[in-house]
Design a binder for this molecule. Structure first.
Ligand code: GDP
Ligand code: MG
Length: 602
């Protein structure tokens, strides 16, 4: 197929607006899969297979479509769809000339629609606005068209109206792809050059790279190089995804295809990398920044005998996710575990959810924390001033005397809410140290708010709280905007004067007192009384901010039962003995593991 008859596009949408359903209809209409009412989210089914470690991952697909008597090749390129993966979204979009911006005609524009729109818009892509679910009784396509006009200046006459579920308007979408998008700027006469925009691990074939061929061509048996690692490989197989793999002996510029070259480790396949023929180097696609994990959480098996099982589950998942970082961590109370680094909250959620599927014993996930940056003063230790330090674990918090300036990661949060919840949403954002950037009425009952927010304030329960205060109607999305200068302190918890490392945290200095009081009160509630009195204190920079005393108490579980049933008495004693076995001695005080789990868990 000549380059003039190739179109590369992606579908972007807020979650549940119908992206998978539309993809199914596009596959059916172009004959890639049989029309069948059983075709429910075909691409998603493959995704599930992939999660189980089977070969296919065909969220991208090459479709053949006949228009005006000629055959067109339409490449549907899937994007991770969330700004946590903005690097990857952005790379996938680099292979496209346009996007379908899909919006639910009932729900209207939501926070993720806005974030996605700007990603595509910033890349100068042609946007085909499509309203879905027009079959719904409450669908109001005119109102949603107006929202698109107000927010993005989209001409209402260019908006398509479809029902992906019922298959209405699908041909109009395909025609718009052919007529509104240009062919890719590819050149088959230049040396081979391809963009790696997705990769995954296959148990039998090793790492597979999904590439967009910008120039030239590639054949089975060719020697190719990956720019980032400068490593060379021989091409074993090539295929296109329709969406099932279809083997070919060569791929040419303009095509999307899958390369298998016996690569053993997913760390050799960097999303955004450039591939070229060994010895014939080309100008690489603009260099990409390696991503730095921003959200961290500790993970421990509930029972140390499960250590090996949990480790193998984590390792298996990490094979398919090169963005997650793993380091071993040992906690006196929780035992051996790992500290995992993620790109963002959604990344953490996706990973831990899959971990639950892979590993069917309970594990302890600690509350997430973020990475802070610190600029150190000129001292004997640091040698020169301006040394930067990234700290995500309170244990590594430096002596405040050495720090010249603290920085914390910020995000630009977008919230779309019905205006009746405006007051509640605003106070939530302000309470989370948000700074309002904009407020726009997107129609007569909905508002879009943008706030700069510290990442640390949204990692724990922001999204849930937002949903609760808006009865589920507000939507939220965010994008990282870098670090800003801030004031941080290390909050330490002391039991009878001894600091307990795993209960310490890094907090904004304005919040230290509130958090200190809350922590201390909570600990008083959950630490069981002991033979000795326990002072629970919270300390910042040598100053005690909060204190509670847990009175000594001789715990005799049978005291109130004397004269009672003997078997009941034996059972209680046995329970107490088992409880004692699980105790850990921290700061000379016996604490049940459950106490730590309770405090550290989100
Ligand atoms: P995604 O999260 O964007 O991939 O959304 P899905 O394709 O999974 O669709 C989310 C839900 O909306 C599913 O229950 C679909 O059956 C439903 N849905 C998708 N398109 C339509 C449509 O045109 N009309 C109606 N009524 N429901 C739809
Ligand atoms: Mg989907």
């Amino acid at each position: 197929i000549p380059i003039e008859r190739i179109r590369n596009f992606s579908i972007i949408a807020h979650v549940d607006h119908g992206k998978s359903t539309l993809a199914d209809r596009l596959l059916e209409t172009t004959g890639a899969i049989k029309t069948n009412s059983e075709n429910k989210q075909v691409l998603d089914k493959l995704q599930v297979e992939r999660e189980r470690g089977i070969t296919v991952k065909a969220q991208s697909a090459s479709l053949l479509y006949n228009y005006g008597g000629e055959e067109y090749l339409l490449n549907l390129i899937d994007t991770p769809g969330h700004v946590d993966f903005s690097n990857e979204v952005s790379r996938s979009l680099s292979a496209c000339q346009g996007v379908i911006l899909l919006v639910d005609a009932n729900d209207g524009v939501q926070a993720q629609t806005v974030a996605n729109f700007y990603l595509a818009f910033g890349k100068d892509l042609i946007i085909i606005p499509v309203l879905n679910k027009i079959d719904l009784k409450n669908a109001d396509p005119d109102r949603v068209s107006k929202q698109l006009e107000t927010l993005f200046d989209i001409d209402p006459t260019t908006v398509l109206k479809i029902s992906a579920k019922l298959g209405l308007g699908i041909n109009e979408v395909l025609q718009a792809i052919v007529t509104r998008l240009p062919p890719p700027p590819a050149d088959r006469n230049l040396p081979f050059k391809a963009l790696l925009f997705d990769s995954w691990y296959d148990r039998y074939r090793g790492v597979l790279s999904l590439i967009y061929i910008q120039d030239g061509q590639i054949n089975v048996g060719d020697n190719i190089s990956y720019h980032h690692t400068k490593k060379n490989y021989e091409v074993k197989t090539l295929s296109i995804l329709r969406p099932q793999e279809e083997s070919l002996s060569n791929l040419v510029a303009g095509q999307i295809g899958l390369v298998c070259c016996n690569m053993r480790s997913s760390s050799e396949a960097h999303i955004g990398d450039t591939l070229y023929r060994t010895g014939i180097s080309v100008t690489p696609f603009s260099s990409f920044k390696p991503v730095r994990p921003m959200v961290f959480a500790g993970i421990y098996p509930l029972d140390q005998s499960q250590h090996i099982n949990l480790r193998s589950a984590i390792e298996k998942l990490a094979l398919n996710d090169s963005a997650v970082t793993i380091s071993v961590e040992t906690s006196p109370a929780l035992g051996q575990g790992w500290r995992l680094g993620f790109l963002g909250l959604l990344h953490l959620e996706v990973f831990t959810q899959r971990l639950q599927q892979e590993y069917d014993a309970e594990s302890i996930l600690t509350a997430p924390s973020v990475t802070y940056k610190m600029k150190l003063k000129e001292t004997k230790q640091t040698l020169k001033s301006g040394t930067e330090l990234y700290v995500s674990n309170p244990v590594h918090f430096p002596d405040p005397l050495l720090v010249e300036e603290y920085y914390e990661p910020m995000v630009l949060g977008t919230i779309i809410t019905p205006d009746r919840y405006l007051g509640a949403v605003m106070s939530l954002c302000l309470e989370k140290r948000g700074v309002q950037k904009s407020g726009t009425n997107i129609d007569n009952e909905r508002v879009m708010l943008q706030f700069d927010l510290p990442l640390s304030e949204i990692v724990i329960d922001f999204h849930d709280t937002l949903k609760t205060i808006s009865s589920g109607y507000a939507s939220f999305d965010y994008e990282p905007i870098g670090f800003i200068s801030t004031y941080l302190v290390k909050l330490e918890i002391l039991l009878n004067g001894v600091a307990v490392d795993e209960l310490s945290s890094i907090v904004h200095s304005s919040r230290a007192e509130i958090i200190a009081r809350r922590m201390v009160a909570r600990l008083k509630d959950i630490i069981p009384r002991q033979m000795i009195q326990i002072a629970i204190q919270a300390k910042v920079n040598g100053k005690i901010l909060a204190r509670e005393t847990l009175k000594a108490y001789r715990k005799d579980v049978t005291a109130k039962l004397y004269g009672g049933d003997i078997t009941r008495r034996m059972k209680l004693l046995a329970q107490q003995a088992a409880g004692k076995k699980r105790m850990k001695t921290v700061a000379n005080i016996s604490l049940p593991r459950e106490t730590f789990i309770d405090v550290l868990r989100k």
